[in-house]
Design a protein around this ligand. Sequence first.
Ligand code: BES
Ligand code: MN
Ligand code: ZN
Length: 496
Amino acid sequence: MSQRPSIAFAKIATPKKGSVVVLAADGGGLSEAASACDPQGLLKKAFGVADFSGKLAASIEVLAPHGTEYDRLAAVGTGKTDALDERAWNRIGGAAFAAARKTGEVTIVADLDGTEPSADDVASLALGVMLSAYAFDKYKTKKDNGKGGAPKPAKVTILCANPTAAKKAFATAEAIAGGVLLARDLVNEPANVLGTVEFADKAKELEKLGVKVEILTEKEMKKLGMAALLGVAQGSARPARLAVMRWDGGKAKDQPVAFIGKGVVFDSGGISIKPAGGMEDMKGDMGGAAAVTGLMHALAARKAKVNAVGIIGLVENMPDANAQRPGDIVTSMSGQTIEVINTDAEGRLVLADALWYCNERFKPRFMINLATLTGAVIVALGNEHAGLFSNNDELADRLLAAGKDTGDKVWRLPLAPEYDKLIDSKNADMKNTGGRNAGSITAAQFLQRFVKDTPWAHLDIAGTAMGSPSSEINQSWASGFGVRLLDRLVRDHYEG
Ligand code: BES
Ligand code: MN
Ligand code: ZN
């Protein structure tokens, strides 16, 4: 875990020292307060020299600016100020923090020429700072601050028109940031450190926030009949776990909403072993479980008025004398039998039992599962959108909207009986792969066989949970994708 900056809000004034960041509108226009930080007009001069035109999230800096006590004076572009949405403010915050070099005393003057940023705008900027500040550097023994030793966490002060209101709005943003950064940490952590038991311990830590957490052992899962999930784990020295997290922030009689995550702490492919190139990335094959855990953190930390269940299936997929074989037939908790054609199509086996269990036990209002399920979804959508599959148009539309608002973007792909047929098996009720074509869709069809008529959505996050190109709000391998998306979905439709 990287050091988190401390963030404070104060009234607009002219800062005395440290690194100062001001906002520059499209064309380079500065507000009065911003200009007051630059008595010599050095920024305006630099804008001309560097062709800086105030484009959204572009930045420019002047070191040890003449006529001030500042270490650096920087400007971040906002682009056209009439079109600034939440995602733009996140990017501005991330860019501002990066321009201040992320250390020492940082003051951001959150002020525009003409329009005044709202408290929510300022909170979105602050969220951008939090997300941008994250680095997975705990295994770097030599810290990269030029002087040796650990860098001090930055002290960030955001100057704005109404600091009291901004601080209040930021309380929610901070809870969400905590969830996103937890998810990033879990995904970035290597599998030798974060095994199934260790992950379950992390889930258990949410009890501090008032989440009820149960950890099911293999013995208990066996009794429940979860042979599909357990079959994946049987080639690993690490035992399977199922973590059940409950946040009861709603009314006692409210049906819960439910989130289910694929938690394969390492996916070697098993006996259908993967090629060596890039296999190290399979430490992140628990991105779905990380997002669910991060979401439960966020909901509890902001005391969301909702009853929410988070269930994560934790296994390791390894080849071993005891490992599951291609051709094996397992009986899932649902009673449906599955022929295992390829042991590398393991995520769906884990989710089959987790989804069934969730539905039977909690009778939820809806179920949303997240999984780094298929390489095929990366071929289809790259790192920009997660694949969305759903049996319910209303739920799908709500997810699409929450994705646009938060930047955790999703794109809907089809389900249909013609695809479902492709996973019929001649030896069992179904097989776990559907052949080369439409690999993400046949995986989704497989999951759908375990959800009955409950409103359900599946998010294939193989391309978005990790390995996305660096952005203003994330420079680490893991993104924490899904936490903000689902928090927003809950906030907009299922609270109160
Ligand atoms: N965990 C992988 C999917 C994956 C690939 C996630 C790349 C992230 C990055 C999954 O378990 C898997 O191996 N899927 C197979 C399915 C195939 C055997 C039907 C795949 O996508 O190749
Ligand atoms: Mn696999
Ligand atoms: Zn996998």
